[in-house]
Design a binder for this molecule. Structure first.
Ligand code: FDA
Ligand code: NAD
Length: 434
């Protein structure tokens, strides 16, 4: 079988891979030095678009419009860009075996790749309901969303099931973004999740009540505190009903499931140190194996600000960790040192006309400020998280760019506060003064 050798190989062709490629070029890359091997059939793109503008019924986003690095305001890296730079973009190719001691990767078709330096950027996969034995979960028209092919299949069925009924299982990021996207496509949407409020990983009940109210006003039905335990199909094998644990049965033409992600580390099991479900790295994204780096969703890295190892499944970190790893690789080659990764967690989401940002850490006491009435014509509200007398996290819905910058600064600076009632009254103006 064919064998190819590269100085650098990135396994995975998602967000982190694209930003790493750009950084390599910035810092000096010779043609033929870098290969990116991706299971997907398209060049790296900004994955967040898949659950938002990609699903719009009118003027949807389409490739090549959202290839990296447009998401952070950079130049789009089209297929030709990789060609011009002499980067081998090996698409529709899955690595099925990695031998970190021998420094080789094997593809599904048996092709062998040798590398000097490996960057693991395999991202996450979805958790499936069939993973925990939910009856009928393999029926047709039950969808998960991770890659562009998943989104294309969903779009086809949205067209086919015009004005039909959709059930969304899960109240996290996918649940909330897809609930909105399907509603905009005029489907009759019901969301089901086990917790007392949506996005419990991040939202307080005060934040969640706004979004739940807003979604209800858009005609979305929300069923909380129960889970889907089974699916019934019609004679063609297509889903027609969702059975809930509380005994209710919902009609469904389409089901979208978003019950969490799982980092794709299986290729490297037993060969590299792991921590908190991911591949353990240092502040330069170096793993426990020499010449092997891990970035993006798969990396468990030291979050300096909180003196703790964390894994982050969001795009801003995918971009920045990739850049940091490449900087570290190039600096090492030149005998230079770079600063440790000093990340401020940043998450965001958009749905309907809404848009929120969060910076920092969501532990400790909380203070809600502003107008979180879902009926308001222009709602704007936020929440601060306070630990040991300091504001360490901040959330804002409907913020202008300079206001979002202000809450980011608060989370980074961690100003002291004495009186939480005063903080609630000051609201956003507290952040604007920092
Ligand atoms: P990413 O998943 O981007 O890429 C991994 C790549 O590796 C994929 O192309 C995959 O096919 C490939 N791969 C895996 N195993 C392989 C193998 N064995 N061989 C070859 N290739 C392999 N975040 C955020 O902050 N804001 C947002 O709005 C959103 N929105 C959003 C929407 C949707 C639908 C999803 C699925 C995710 C988001 N995210 C997000 C999360 C964000 O997209 C995610 O954190 C980054 O894409 C992670 O980047 P990575 O490069 O680590 O993985
Ligand atoms: P998530 O962890 O955000 O949400 C999972 C949700 O699943 C939980 O909140 C819970 O409500 C629900 N759940 C768990 N078990 C369930 C069950 N048995 N039945 C019904 N509901 C159940 O995960 P996700 O929404 O699936 O997102 C997957 C990945 O994509 C994550 O890495 C996420 O960060 C990423 N993503 C991020 C964004 C963003 O940052 N804006 C947008 C989309 C996706």
């Amino acid at each position: 079988m064919a064998e190819k050798s590269f100085k650098y190989v990135i396994v995975g062709g998602g967000v982190a891979a694209g930003y790493a490629a750009r950084e390599f070029v910035k810092l000096g890359l010779q043609p033929g030095e870098l290969a990116i091997i991706s299971k997907e059939g398209v060049a790296p793109y900004e994955r967040p678009a898949l659950s938002k503008a990609y699903l719009f019924p009118e003027s949807p986003a389409r490739l090549p419009g959202f290839h990296v690095c447009v998401g952070s305001g950079g130049e789009r890296l089209l297929l030709e860009w990789y060609e011009e730079k002499g980067i081998e973009l090996i698409l529709t190719t899955e690595i099925v075996k990695a031998d970190l001691a021998a420094k080789t990767l094997t593809t599904a078709s048996g092709e062998l790749f040798n590398y000097q330096i490996l960057i693991i950027a395999t991202g996450s996969t979805v958790i499936r309901l069939s993973d925990f034995g939910v009856q009928g979960a393999d029926a047709k028209n039950i969808f998960y969303l991770r890659e562009i092919d998943d989104a294309d299949k969903l779009i086809e069925v949205i067209k086919e099931k015009k004005n039909g009924k959709a059930v969304i299982v899960g109240g996290g990021y996918i649940g909330l973004e897809l609930g909105a996207a399907l509603r905009i496509n005029n489907l009759d949407v019901t969301m089901v999740y086990p917790e007392p409020w949506c996005m419990p990983r991040l939202f307080t009940s005060g934040i969640a009540s706004f979004y739940e109210g807003y979604y209800a006003n858009k005609g979305i039905k929300i069923i909380k505190g129960t889970v889907a335990v089974g699916f019934n199909s019609d004679s063609t094998g297509a889903v027609k009903e969702v059975e809930l644990k509380d005994g209710r049965v919902l009609d469904a033409d389409i089901v979208v499931v978003g019950v969490g992600g799982r980092p794709l580390t299986t290729l490297f099991k037993g060969q590299v140190e792991e921590e908190k479900g991911g591949i353990k790295t240092d502040a330069f994204f170096k793993t426990s194996v020499p010449d092997v780096y891990a970035v993006g969703d798969v990396a468990t890295f030291p979050l300096k600000l909180y003196n703790e190892l964390r894994r982050v499944e969001h795009v801003d970190h995918a971009r920045k960790s990739a850049e940091q790893a490449v900087k570290a690789i190039k600096a090492h080659e030149e005998g230079n040192a770079i600063d440790e990764y000093d990340y401020l967690p940043y998450f965001y989401s958009r749905s309907f006309d809404l848009s929120w940002q969060f910076y920092g850490d969501n532990v400790g006491d909380t203070v809600l400020f502003g107008d979180n009435n879902p009926e308001s014509p222009k709602p704007k509200f936020g929440t601060y998280w306070i630990k040991d007398g300091k504001v360490i996290g901040a959330f804002l819905e409907g913020g202008a760019p300079e206001e979002n910058k202000a809450i980011a600064k608060v989370a980074r600076v961690q100003p002291s506060v004495e009186n939480l009632d005063h903080l609630a009254n000051e609201g956003l103006s507290f952040a604007s003064k920092i």
